[in-house]
Design a binder for this molecule. Structure first.
Ligand SMILES: [Mg+2]
Length: 285
C-alpha cells in the first residue's frame, strides 16, 4: 500500500485529517518526517536541513490560513556533531523569524540516517480547507514552481551553494493569512502542482482546466531536462494552490508579498491542461 492508500485507509477514523493541517477549535497542528535518503540530497547543509524541515510544517499552516505560533523538531542521526546541530537549529530559527513562529526545541535520538520530524502549531479563525472550490472560480498559485527540481539538478552537478539556496524556500505564511476568508480551497504544492490539483478536485468534487502557458515555472528550471515535469510533477515547492472568486482577485494580488498567478479555472470534475487530461502524478513519499 502506498502513502496515499494508507492515508485513505486511516481517514475514516480521523475526522480532522485530510487537509494540510488539522484544525481543533482555533488551533492548527501539522507534522512531517524527512529523511536523508529521500529529502536531503548529498550536499544539503544542516542549516538548510533545519530551515527546510521547519519550513515544510510552516507551509502546511500557511495552507490553512493559520498564524504560526511555534515549531519543534525531533532530530535523529548516526552521531551528534556540535557544528551540525548548531547549524540545524540556526536554520530552524531563521525560517521561523520570517513569520510569527518561534522555534522552541525538540528531541534528539540516534538513527541509521539523518531523520527529522517537525511539528508546528498555529492559530486560525477562518481555516481554508481543500473542499470549498466551486465551478466558475479561478485557480491560482503563489510564486514559481520547479525550484526543488532545479536544486536537485544542482546538487547532482556539484553546485551545492546554489542548490542549498534554492532549497531554503520561504513558506507563504503572510499570503496564506491574507487568503483566509477569500480563498475557497487551498493547499500547498508539496506533492507537485498536478497532484495538488487532483487532491483539491477530489476534496471539492470539482475539476480544473489549466492553461499550460500560464503556469509560472521558475527560471532556475533552465538546468532541468524537462521544465514542465520539473514545475508541475516533481513537487516539493511548497507554494500555495488556491481557488477564489475572480472578483476578489485584484485586491488580494495588491496586498500579497508574493506573486499570485491565475493558472486556470474551476470546472466540473476532470483535471485538464489546455483541454487534455493532466496525469495525477507527483511526489510520493
Ligand atoms: Mg501540505
Amino acid at each position: 500500500m502506498d502513502e496515499r492508500a494508507a492515508l485513505r485507509m486511516l481517514a475514516a477514523d480521523l475526522p480532522h485529517a485530510g487537509d494540510d493541517a488539522a484544525v481543533v477549535d482555533s488551533t492548527a497542528i501539522t507534522t512531517d518526517m524527512l529523511h536523508a535518503s529521500t529529502d536531503f540530497p548529498d550536499g544539503t547543509t544542516h542549516y538548510t536541513a533545519g530551515w527546510r524541515s521547519v519550513a515544510a510544517s510552516l507551509s502546511d499552516l500557511a495552507a490553512m490560513g493559520a498564524d504560526p505560533t511555534a515549531a519543534v523538531a525531533a532530530y535523529a542521526d548516526t552521531e551528534f556533531v556540535d557544528s551540525e546541530l548548531r547549524a540545524f537549529v540556526e536554520g530552524a530559527q531563521d525560517v521561523c523569524e520570517q513569520s510569527t513562529a518561534e522555534y522552541v526545541g525538540g528531541d534528539l535520538d540516534t538513527h541509521s540516517e539523518l531523520t527529522v520530524t517537525t511539528t508546528a502549531i498555529g492559530t486560525v479563525d477562518e481555516p481554508v480547507y481543500r473542499s470549498g472550490a466551486s465551478p466558475g472560480e479561478v485557480v491560482c498559485v503563489t510564486g514559481t514552481l520547479g525550484r526543488s527540481a532545479a536544486a536537485l539538478g544542482l546538487f547532482e552537478s556539484g553546485d551545492h551553494e546554489r542548490a542549498n539556496k534554492l532549497f531554503r524556500f520561504s513558506p507563504r505564511v503572510a499570503a496564506g493569512r491574507r487568503l483566509a476568508g477569500v480563498a475557497t480551497a487551498m493547499m500547498d504544492s508539496s506533492d507537485g502542482l498536478a497532484r495538488s490539483l487532483h487532491q483539491l478536485a477530489e476534496a471539492s468534487d470539482c475539476g480544473f482546466d489549466i492553461e499550460c502557458s500560464a503556469v509560472p515555472i521558475d527560471n532556475a528550471c533552465a538546468v532541468c531536462e524537462d521544465r514542465w515535469e520539473a514545475g508541475v510533477h516533481f513537487g516539493e515547492d511548497f507554494e500555495l494552490v488556491c481557488t477564489l472568486p475572480e472578483a476578489a482577485l485584484d485586491a488580494v494580488q495588491r496586498d500579497l508579498d508574493v506573486s499570485l498567478t491565475v493558472i486556470g479555472e474551476v470546472t466540473d470534475p476532470g483535471v485538464t491542461v489546455d483541454g487534455e487530461p493532466l496525469a495525477d502524478r507527483g511526489y510520493t513519499h
